[in-house]
Design a binder for this molecule. Structure first.
Ligand SMILES: CC(C)(COP(=O)(O)OP(=O)(O)OC[C@H]1O[C@@H](n2cnc3c(N)ncnc32)[C@H](O)[C@@H]1OP(=O)(O)O)[C@@H](O)C(=O)NCCC(=O)NCCS
Length: 215
């Protein structure tokens, strides 16, 4: 079943972001060259920095260079986590980043509830034991091929292995829309299929959560 749902799984490798992969992350998001926002240049300034930026900071006033520098610093300091999907294997010179998932422990995302305009979800775990998913970006030419699925599977496994006990996500209520940007938190069916349960309904999002057990 897994392979039918991720038909290119044998071509995909998922790696947790580390400082040594900063160039791959930034190359994916550098919209003059990278593919992440090839079809959506208006959002290309983000560098996945939005949910890491305090609400007191005027997001609209920040440019791509500001966000790139902030994110580069965050990655260099090993304060940024998440997962990169590569096609073509790693280490052979032919790899290409085809997706990104911003999933990390809750203590690394202190501003995200504010930015989402959601009340923080109560949780009987310390923040460093619970993860959150706040963004996916899949290479436009790789969409609907199971890359988000592969990223989610790998993230749950990796986070569980290091002792994280719960993971939460906030899919948008996008109705029948299939617009890729309407699902940047990840589509609800993706999470339900992966074993997440609905915790709370909000006007614009559904809060879903899954318990993680070490493999
Ligand atoms: C939404 C997104 C993450 C999905 O990634 P993907 O790799 O194409 O998703 P998958 O192929 O793994 O699909 C898994 C399931 O999610 C759902 N899904 C995926 N794309 C969807 C879409 N565009 N609309 C509705 N449901 C969708 C489907 O249930 C799908 O299963 P199916 O193909 O068997 O029907 C991708 O389209 C994307 O990157 N969108 C842009 C996000 C963005 O703008 N991010 C930047 C924020 S600053």
């Amino acid at each position: 079943m897994a392979d039918a749902k991720v038909p290119y799984r044998s071509l995909l490798t998922v790696r947790a972001l580390t400082p040594s992969l900063a160039g791959d992350f930034l190359g994916f998001f550098d919209h003059e060259r990278g593919p992440a926002f090839a079809d959506n240049p208006e959002w290309a300034n983000c560098y996945c920095q939005f949910y890491h930026t305090p609400k007191a900071v005027d997001w609209a006033a920040r440019g791509g260079a500001d966000n790139r520098a902030a994110m580069a610093g965050r990655i260099a300091a090993a304060e940024m986590e998440g997962f990169l999907a590569y096609a073509g294997g790693t280490g052979d010179g032919t790899r290409e980043v085809v997706g990104w998932l911003n999933a990390q422990p809750r203590n690394k995302l202190p501003h995200c509830f504010d930015r989402m305009r959601l009340a923080p979800t109560p949780l009987e775990l310390p923040d460093f034991k619970a993860a959150q998913i706040v963004c996916f970006v899949i290479h436009p030419q790789w969409r609907r091929r199971g890359v988000a699925r592969a990223l989610l599977d790998a993230a749950c496994e990796s986070l569980a292995r290091r002792g994280i006990e719960s993971i939460e996500a906030y899919p948008f209520k996008a109705g029948d829309s299939e617009a890729a940007t309407d699902h940047y938190h990840g589509p609800l069916p993706l999470f339900i299929e992966a074993g997440f349960g609905i915790v709370r309904e909000e006007p614009t999002m559904t809060v879903v959560r899954k318990s993680l057990t070490p493999p």
